[in-house]
Write a protein that binds this ligand. Structure first.
Ligand SMILES: N[C@@H](CCC(=O)N[C@@H](CS)C(=O)NCC(=O)O)C(=O)O
Length: 218
């Protein structure tokens, strides 16, 4: 049995949850002992971050490493399908997600919590638009999935962070205009069974967080 340590609202936990569903892995999800960033959790995972997995006693942190491990160690549909070049592109796009696009979305969190910070919204929105335009050029607009004709690890992060970006900007009163091919990808992604299953706990948790964070201001 594989244990996924994470919480429903976490983007990176949800990225791994989507990958586990895509791989067809039987897993059990629970919060990290003591909560993430806690001393208890840091004694197990020194960075204090989520997600992490415990696979028959093998502990591993970092979402991308977890997904590649699961792909190699367990049976099921490949999460890095295709030839060497397609797999390399999937890894590249997964890194672009983690290092460029997701941070541009995370930068909106302080604005959700604090109306005094919302003067920064146009600049942050523009920065995100730039990242999405780069992403569209990197991936090639005609691919059905992020890295090619098949669903891969490159899809798992964007499948949660792009809906998150849309929801955050909607809450901030500035609808997200995405490049057309990414709109098409998002529509396809929403109907993918693994994405739907992975987002099922994330959606209500995100709404509860938004209600709490924005409600706390009034
Ligand atoms: N690079 C890490 C990022 C994980 C991450 O930032 N997780 C967030 C929750 S979505 C977290 O644990 N934040 C707590 C912290 O950074 O101290 C990964 O891919 O797993």
């Amino acid at each position: 049995m594989l244990i996924l340590y994470g919480v429903p609202v976490s983007t990176f936990t949800t990225k791994v949850r989507i990958a586990l569903h895509a791989k067809g892995v039987d897993f059990f999800e629970q919060p990290p002992p003591g909560g993430y960033r806690s001393d208890t959790w840091r004694a197990i995972i020194p960075t204090g971050t989520i997600p992490a997995i415990d696979h028959d006693g093998f502990m591993l942190a970092e979402s991308e490493a977890i997904i590649e491990y699961v792909d190699e160690a367990l049976t099921g549909p490949p999460l890095l399908p295709g030839d060497a070049q397609t797999r390399a592109r999937a890894r590249m796009l997964a890194r672009v997600h983690d290092l460029a696009v997701e941070p541009a979305i995370r930068a909106l969190f302080p604005l959700i919590r604090d109306p005094a910070k919302r003067d920064a919204l146009p600049a942050l929105d523009n920065a995100l638009q730039d990242r999405l335009a780069q992403l569209e050029r990197l991936r090639g607009a005609d691919a059905a999935w992020m890295a090619g004709p098949d669903f891969s690890t490159a899809d798992c992060g964007f499948a949660v962070s792009l809906p998150l970006a849309r929801r955050l900007l909607e809450a901030l009163g500035r609808p997200l205009a995405m490049p057309a091919s990414l709109e098409g990808w998002l529509e396809r992604s929403t109907h993918h069974a693994a994405v739907a299953a992975g987002l099922a706990p994330w959606r209500p948790a995100t709404e509860a967080w938004l209600a709490q964070a924005m409600g706390a201001q009034s």
